[in-house]
Design a protein around this ligand. Structure first.
Ligand SMILES: *Cc1c(COP(=O)(O)O)cnc(C)c1O
Ligand SMILES: [Zn+2]
Length: 501
């Protein structure tokens, strides 16, 4: 719809303007730094940053109802830069002009309601939000869109060139970083570090296809991360890991979309997120906090983090109910099918601790929970979800396994509707499905296949057939008719089909 066709009172608010007064604030010592420098960790105490808008209160001059109208009408605006997560520009990147926004089709991923059989199986009402339908097929594109839009802005503003972006990754961050950097080819060149043998072939193919420098390093993700930190400390590179606080800003859009898609009624929802480096759950919580503070929503949903028992430092931390006695300890990870969440020392742990406390305080009761699942449950629930019309990856399976655990532990009550993060597309992690179908998981995964969930192709070659078609050697005439007749007959028999007569 054209701008002049919108209601007159909404027109002045529709096109986002440059504003905000953003700074990096260290969660360790409270020091503040200009966002116009590429800082990732505090030079004083090595703490992680959050991006704070010191003029956030200016946004409160519009009441919550007006913000709702603005976001709803913006849906109809045919302006590429606000088609994605910059619909919420005042929140995700108010200092970034629309002309610098990198939009590759991210965000506004569908909410898909689970059907009755699947809801019955798990014992709760729920939706999947399919973040695997982002351009690089994972939610990481939300944060990357903002991080690269900001870099694009900074490059223009400061006249920089040949910026090198770098990240360590369990696979999806590098795919996303490489994709968004490739869009800025000539200005930004990306390099990614992956733990050798610990990412899927698809995740390795993605940054290669985007033209990134790809380095495979021995060890696990936590080891790659240390190398990247060393590079960021000692050389001029733009770090694209979730230490980069811009990524958190972008991922907050996940919560904004959920709120908008439920007509801003989220107090009766429970949002389930698998936790790896803990950037996503940080963003999900802080997104809802922002909407609450602006009066756009009138209550906070439950947020439920999910961890596998093979990589569960956040779960262990919250096992202690007394927040004064809690002690954070990194864990040594074991092999996990939720490979993208297989992290023993989450970079964003200090963020989680602080933001979860604020979340619970604002709600006046506990609204943030962490549940634990087993590898077996993650696989079984992923397989079941996908047999009921979903496209969940192993981490999406972890979200559903987490919902089952939450039902069991009464973390969620029957009146609540769950929204599960399907964080990536199933095709990225298809090797785990294959292991399940072959019942050939290495013992350390502790996964055994359930017979009823196994599926295999069946080769049909009727015994009575002398010849079958082959590439470059088609059958013709009677031989072909016979091939069609016998093959169809055998398939009909296997399916138990009744002839029409
Ligand atoms: C990165 C990732 C996660 C974990 O998110 P964090 O922000 O690291 O906690 C989960 N699932 C998928 C598919 C991912 O790529
Ligand atoms: Zn500090």
């Amino acid at each position: 719809m054209r701008l002049e066709d919108f209601p007159q009172d909404i027109q002045p608010h529709l096109i986002p303007q440059v504003g905000g007064d953003l700074i990096y604030r260290c969660l360790g010592c409270g020091a503040e730094f200009s966002v116009d420098e590429l800082w990732y960790t505090c030079p004083a105490c090595s703490g992680v940053f959050m991006i704070i808008d010191r003029s956030f209160d200016v946004l409160k001059k519009k009441d919550g109802w007006l913000w709702q109208k603005i976001f709803d009408y913006r849906k109809m605006l045919n302006l590429p830069a606000v088609k994605g997560i910059f619909r919420y520009q005042e929140l995700v990147g108010p200092n970034i002009p629309l002309s610098d926004v990198v939009y590759l089709g991210e965000g506004h991923t569908p909410l898909v309601k689970a059907n009755v059989p699947l809801e019955t199986a798990v014992g709760a009402h729920f939706y999947y939000k399919n973040d695997g339908q982002n351009p690089s097929a994972s939610f990481k594109d939300r944060g990357m869109a903002v991080a690269l839009s900001f870099i694009n802005h900074l490059v223009k503003k400061k006249g920089l060139s040949n910026l090198l972006s770098i990240c360590a990754s369990t696979g999806d961050t590098s795919a996303s970083a490489a994709l968004y950097s490739a869009y800025l080819a000539g200005v930004v060149k990306s390099s990614v570090l992956l733990p050798h043998g610990k990412v899927t072939p698809q995740q390795l193919a993605q940054p290669l296809g985007s033209g990134a420098n790809v380095f495979e390093v021995p060890g696990v993700f936590d080891d790659c991360m240390k190398i990247v930190e060393n590079l960021a400390d000692n050389y001029h590179v733009a770090l694209l890991n979730s230490k980069n606080a811009w990524r958190i800003k972008g991922q907050e859009s996940y919560s904004y979309e959920i709120a908008q898609d439920f007509d801003y009624q989220v107090a009766d929802k429970a949002v389930f997120v698998p936790i790896g480096n803990a950037g996503n759950i940080t963003a999900v919580m802080s997104g809802f906090i922002n909407f609450l503070e602006l009066g756009i929503i009138d209550g906070l949903p439950k947020v439920v983090g999910v961890q596998s028992e093979h990589a569960d430092p956040v779960y262990r931390y919250y096992l202690e109910p007394d927040d004064k006695k809690r002690k954070y300890l990194p864990v040594t990870v074991k092999p996990s099918v939720a490979q993208a969440a297989m992290i023993g020392n989450p970079v964003s742990m200090p963020r989680v601790i602080q933001v979860a406390e604020k979340y619970n305080d604002l709600a006046g009761r506990q609204r943030v929970f962490v549940v634990q699942t087993r590898e077996q449950e993650i696989m079984d629930w992923m397989m079941r979800a996908n047999r009921h019309g979903h496209i969940a990856c192993t981490q999406g399976g972890e979200s559903l396994a987490g919902l089952a655990a939450a039902v069991r532990d009464r973390v969620i009550d029957p009146a609540e509707t769950a929204v599960l993060d399907a964080t990536a597309h199933m095709l990225k992690f298809i090797g785990f499905q294959e292991l399940y179908f072959q019942d050939s998981f290495p013992p350390e995964f502790q996964v055994k296949s359930k017979k009823e969930l196994i599926n295999q192709p069946r080769y049909i070659h009727p015994a009575g057939l002398a010849e079958v078609p082959q590439p470059g050697r088609p059958l013709t005439g009677d031989k072909f008719d016979e091939f069609v007749r016998q093959t169809a007959g055998e398939i009909a028999q296997r399916l138990g089909l009744k002839p029409k007569k």
